[in-house]
Design a protein around this ligand. Structure first.
Ligand SMILES: [Zn+2]
Length: 128
């Protein structure tokens, strides 16, 4: 099993509805995102997938979030744009984008600051 990761970042504003504290008010973050994928095999060149392709996939997803107020996007009208929900959103989009390719999305980490991230994955990694 091989595991690959690409990272990118985006800047956006959000506010957490129903949260009592500073994050209830509109504010911004520079989020750093890590997209992890896994592959069972490599091709004849020795690659699971071209990093370029993976990076393009992540950049495309993040371009829908960059410089927006996340709360106004349809995906976050009902659920808060917390780092957790952003990670799930990116995970789901990446699964759609990479459908039919030999790699599987393993997890998505969304860093809200240098010291805190939320990760979304479909199952416990240790179970696979
Ligand atoms: Zn925040």
């Amino acid at each position: 099993m091989y595991k690959l990761m690409v990272s990118a970042s985006f800047a956006a504003a959000h506010q957490l509805r129903g949260y009592r504290g500073k994050c209830e008010a509109l504010h911004g973050h520079n989020w750093r995102v890590q997209l992890y994928v896994r592959a069972g095999e490599v091709n004849e060149v020795g690659l699971a997938i071209d990093f370029k392709h993976l990076k393009k996939c992540l950049d495309g997803i993040l371009s829908t979030l960059d410089h927006t107020n996340l709360n106004t996007l349809p995906s976050f009208e009902k659920q808060n744009p917390s780092s957790e929900n952003i990670a799930r959103y990116i995970f789901e989009q990446a699964c759609k984008e990479l459908q039919g390719s030999p790699i599987k999305v393993a997890s998505v980490r969304v860093w809200e600051s240098d010291s805190a991230y939320a990760e979304y994955l479909e199952q416990d990694e240790s179970a696979t």
